[in-house]
Write a protein that binds this ligand. Sequence first.
Ligand code: GLN
Length: 227
Amino acid sequence: MKKEPIQIAYLYEDLMNTYGDSGDVKILRYFLEKEGYQVNVVNVSLEDTFDADDFDFLFFGGGQDFEQTVVAKDLLRHKATIQAYIEAGHPMLAICGGYQFLGTYYKTSSGVTIEGLDILPLHTIFKPDKRMIGDTEFETAFGTAKAFENHSGQTFFDDPKLKPLGKVIQGYGNHPEAGVEGLHYKNTIGSYAHGPILKNQNIAKAIMALIIQRHEARLTAPTTALS
Ligand code: GLN
């Protein structure tokens, strides 16, 4: 066993965990432990202090509209630390409601607009007439992934330079006309895929490699000298 545990921040685990998204963290833990790492998962919830710099991986699961409204009231105070982490190219996975929070806003089922982190140029609108539910399959840079989606929020990119996670083979993805699924920016992945998505070992292994890389770099980074 390696001495220093890998640190995973699970953002609002107690509120954002629809359709078994916690399975993503369990799968990563399983593979990392097989590689000889200890893994520590911290639930960062309402009113907790949080510095993304202390972590090797950020995970943000999906949630119902009500829980998203609750989380939105607490989340924005962490914008700077999450943005710096993402921009530095450290790994993050955000599913469904968590993915929606990376954008500028989410207009919920009740017509209320909740502010997102405004880190990436995308926004989401709940469309009551079209629930996007069912099996999905999409082609990503890591290979094909099969999953399950269940959302009414339709996500639109506001910058054509933004890259999706994959090309839809089956299902809806970001919205029925998009033909693409999720988001891939630096080492941050956003996705509508539950199932959990990391049952697709190709994606799990790619993320695991990024986590290990970040972990090793964080441990060897020079600390501020004490005078
Ligand atoms: N409430 C959001 C929607 O319906 C997200 C759902 C989810 O995270 N599964 O789009």
